[in-house]
Design a protein around this ligand. Structure first.
Ligand code: 15L
Length: 257
């Protein structure tokens, strides 16, 4: 059984993958500042020694650990940017060839909607958090090209049990589809790929073809929640950021300082 290290294993997406990847054939090791059960290393992504312990003997790294919401620049610089660099360096030292990076829609969150959003959209972060994901994608391509790693950056939409806003009717990535997508990213023959991570949402407008080419077959659709979500929040006009930019309300929030 191949073994994958999950950084940020105690977080929301980490919990979802820990629940689903074993059934898809993965043995897992968790890495987090918080303690966890089973094969687990407690540590910080900015600590090379802890990462060396965590990377020993694994076949792949799924790098989720991050400040997962908008934050002042020094925070994302430290945890997200330096932390991601440290993870790639530790993977390189350990001879781990496959890294799957949890990028985010917020790397291109401020892109105005015009047809299907392609994966080669130029970087257009909607905040410092999104900027750190642009940087992370840069590390992905760099370590693929210079270190011969096989790397997939998944621009995750909204990975939660269920959609909790009108925007998420387009951006939702269900737990089941998250596991299918990460499994595809862990196993497909790749050099470096960027894909969007959403379910087969009726309202989705981000190109899922690159993910499908990796073998991802989404099975869920946020539309089953549409009636209850719209009853709670109402609809937004098409030119509202919730509908017109990947990052939704993040695009209008002031930069935090
Ligand atoms: C993300 O990248 C965040 O980590 C998460 O908290 C959600 O806000 C998600 O994007 C989203 O855009 O819904």
């Amino acid at each position: 059984m191949p073994k994958a290290l999950i950084t940020g294993a105690a977080g929301g997406v980490g919990r979802i993958l820990r629940a689903g990847l074993p059934a898809l054939g993965w043995e897992l090791r968790g890495f987090d500042v918080a303690p966890g059960e089973g094969d687990w290393v407690v540590g910080d992504v900015r600590d090379p020694a802890a990462l060396d312990t965590a990377c020993a003997g694994v076949d792949a790294v799924v790098h989720l650990a991050a400040r997962s919401i908008e934050a002042p620049f020094p925070d994302v610089l430290s945890v997200n940017m330096d932390g991601t660099y440290q993870v790639f360096e530790a993977a390189r030292r350990a001879g781990v060839r496959r890294v799957v990076f949890a990028s985010s829609n917020h790397a291109v969150g401020a892109t105005p909607r015009s047809g299907l959003l392609p994966v080669d959209a130029v970087p257009r972060p909607d905040g410092y958090y999104g900027l750190s994901k642009v940087f992370g994608e840069g590390l992905c391509s760099l370590y693929a090209d210079k270190e011969g790693m096989q790397v997939v950056a998944i621009r995750i939409g909204s990975c939660f049990e269920r959609p909790t806003s009108v925007r998420m009717l387009a951006t939702w990535l269900s737990p089941g589809d998250a596991n299918r997508l990460f499994h595809a990213a862990l196993t497909a023959p790749v050099h470096y790929e960027v894909v969007y991570g959403i379910s087969a949402n009726t309202r989705g407008w981000w190109d899922l073809e690159p993910a499908r080419k990796l073998g991802y077959e989404p099975q869920d659709d946020a539309e089953v929640f549409a009636a209850e979500v719209i009853a709670e929040y109402g609809e937004f006009p098409p030119d509202h950021p919730e509908n017109s930019r990947p990052g939704g309300a993040w695009t209008t929030d002031p930069l935090p300082r």
